[in-house]
Write a protein that binds this ligand. Structure first.
Ligand code: NOJ
Length: 525
């Protein structure tokens, strides 16, 4: 039912919330097919409550041929049978709410699946038809139109154009099975509004907007600069990239905001890969998205100066909106691995978890980071990400960060599924990283996250939206939350440094009263 009450402070629950990204394929499987599903998530809500997160972001579970694991949507208002059905979704939302956990879902407005009825109709219809106008169909260049309409390349490698049987080309910034929708088309806009209302009416608390910097395309589809051709994978786009961050995209976000405003307490966060802080800030103006994902922390090495720069950029880019903080997601290498892997990577990941969770604003955790999972070096035969094929086997893609979660037991599949196979193989070495193995161990990554989330939620030191930097030795930083007074110090210098004064609330590794060891962070009041 549509909610029509006036906004109250509870409606702003997302400001300061800790979101937990559930990569639905990989979280928990209830039916033994080796792929995670909605009932699997529901069966683990107790765990999520114990962990202490406020909200879930569920990656796409909509009807899809899974050419990009659900980011190719054939029906945005239906649940794919692989993941369950609408009744399972309703049960999940109701139970999550009963556990005090909000539920947000992904929407994918930049493109549809090639199996979407609209695209099938477009293929069957002639050039210039209403059916083709929902996408980007163009004649090719060259004498017989055999060259693509422009030089754009796909984010997953190869040309961004594929030729239809009748000789016209269609645009796809991702795989050929993800044709870009034309946002100048009123049916496309109306359909998104219908999708948002559909899920809001089922009780969801918000949305993650996929490729929020995409959608609008520049008039005439001009060529891209040569130096951008062929760059693959997740990365921030510069202003001169014509494929992204075009002015009209803001109309789409105003539309999304209008719908959200009809449902007080709902919110939207955009995935925004743009280089400049100023361009980023435009997405989170008061009449656009509530929040924007920035990826500055993802891009920063484990180096105090680099992390500090990333924090400052994120704060500037957020403008008046609460900043968001992300260390990992399903598109990038897990941070344990990025920071060097092994014990060193884990130690650094622990330190960065406390940095992330000390910052004012919204934290997004990616499932498995609370267990300290690293990337898995998968064999070629196991790779499924379209990036692997599309890049001509030069980019191994994102599968290594998407391996299913280990829950219990001493060997794969670690109770992820009751079946004997998982959609990506799980490494036997994860026996020590299961939830079961970590839950009662006070020194585990899971225990660190639980303590940190508990303190963040309950301790007055975490109040206040502003931070100030302290002087710190080279290779280190310290900041203070202005309101509540929490101090967070990080040492990336490789040698111990004096501990700032204060009472220790939590540290990422054992600290003495006087020294902060290397690769360590600490919370003080
Ligand atoms: C961003 C999503 O996070 C990614 O997984 C997907 O492949 C692309 N958008 C295309 O939808």
């Amino acid at each position: 039912m549509r909610r029509t009450t006036e906004p109250d402070p509870a409606a702003l629950w997302w400001q300061g919330a800790v979101f937990y990204q559930v990569y639905v394929r990989s979280f928990a499987d209830s039916d033994g097919d080796g792929v995670g599903d909605l009932e699997g998530i529901r069966s683990r809500l107790g765990y999520l409550e114990l962990l202490g997160v406020d909200a879930l972001w569920l990656t796409p579970f909509f009807r899809s041929p899974m050419a990009d694991h659900g980011y190719d949507v054939a029906d945005p208002r239906a649940v794919d049978p692989l993941f369950g059905d609408l009744a399972a979704f309703d049960r999940l939302v109701a139970d999550a709410h009963a556990h005090g956990i909000k539920v947000t879902v992904d929407v994918v407005p930049n493109h549809s699946s090639d199996q979407h009825p609209w695209f099938q109709e477009a293929l069957a219809a002639p050039p210039g038809s209403r059916e083709r106008a929902r996408y980007f169909f163009r004649d090719g260049r060259g004498p017989d139109g055999a060259q693509p309409p422009n030089n754009w390349t796909s984010v997953f490698g190869g040309p961004a154009w594929t030729r239809a049987r009748d000789g016209q080309w269609y645009l796809h910034l991702f795989t050929p099975r993800q044709p870009d929708l034309n946002w100048d088309n009123s049916e496309v806009r109306a359909d998104l509004v219908g999708t948002l209302r559909f899920w809001l009416d089922r009780g969801v608390d918000g949305f993650r907007i996929d490729v929020a910097h995409g959608m609008a395309k520049p008039a005439g589809l001009p060529d891209m600069p040569a130096y951008l051709i062929g760059i693959t994978g997740a990365q921030a786009h510069p202003a001169e990239d014509p494929r992204f961050d075009n002015e009209d995209v803001h109309e789409v976000h105003r539309l999304i905001r209008k719908v959200a405003d009809e449902y007080p307490g709902s919110m939207a966060v955009g995935e925004i890969w743009v280089e400049s802080d100023e361009r980023f800030a435009r997405y989170v103006r008061p009449d656009e998205l509530h929040l924007g994902f920035n990826f500055n922390l993802v891009a920063a090495d484990f180096d105090a100066d680099a992390v500090r720069r990333a924090i400052d950029h994120s704060l500037t880019a957020a403008g008046q909106s609460p900043p968001t903080w992300t260390l990992s997601n399903h598109d990038v290498s897990r941070h344990v691995t990025r920071y060097g892997g092994g014990d060193l990577g884990v130690r650094r990941a622990r330190a960065m978890a406390l940095v992330q969770l000390a910052l004012p604003g919204v934290a997004y955790l990616y499932n498995g980071e609370e267990l300290g999972l690293p990337d898995v070096a998968l064999p070629d035969w196991a790779l499924q990400d379209p990036l692997w094929e599309r890049s001509g086997h030069t980019d191994r893609g994102r599968d290594g960060a998407r391996v299913p979660l280990p829950w219990e037991g001493s060997e794969p599949p670690f109770a992820f599924t009751e079946g004997d196979k998982t959609w990506l193989p799980m490494p036997p070495e994860w026996a020590g990283l299961t939830v079961e193995a970590q839950l009662e161990d006070p020194d585990s990554m899971l225990s660190l996250y639980r303590q940190a989330l508990e303190l963040r939620k309950t301790h007055a030191a975490f109040s206040g939206g502003e931070l100030e930097w302290y002087g710190a030795p080279p290779g280190c930083f310290a900041f203070r939350r202005k309101g509540g007074g929490l101090i967070c110090a990080l040492n990336t210098s490789g040698a111990p440094v004096p501990l700032p004064p204060g009472e220790i609330l939590l540290s990422s590794a054992p600290v003495s009263d006087t020294e902060l060891p290397p690769e360590t962070s600490v919370w003080l009041v």
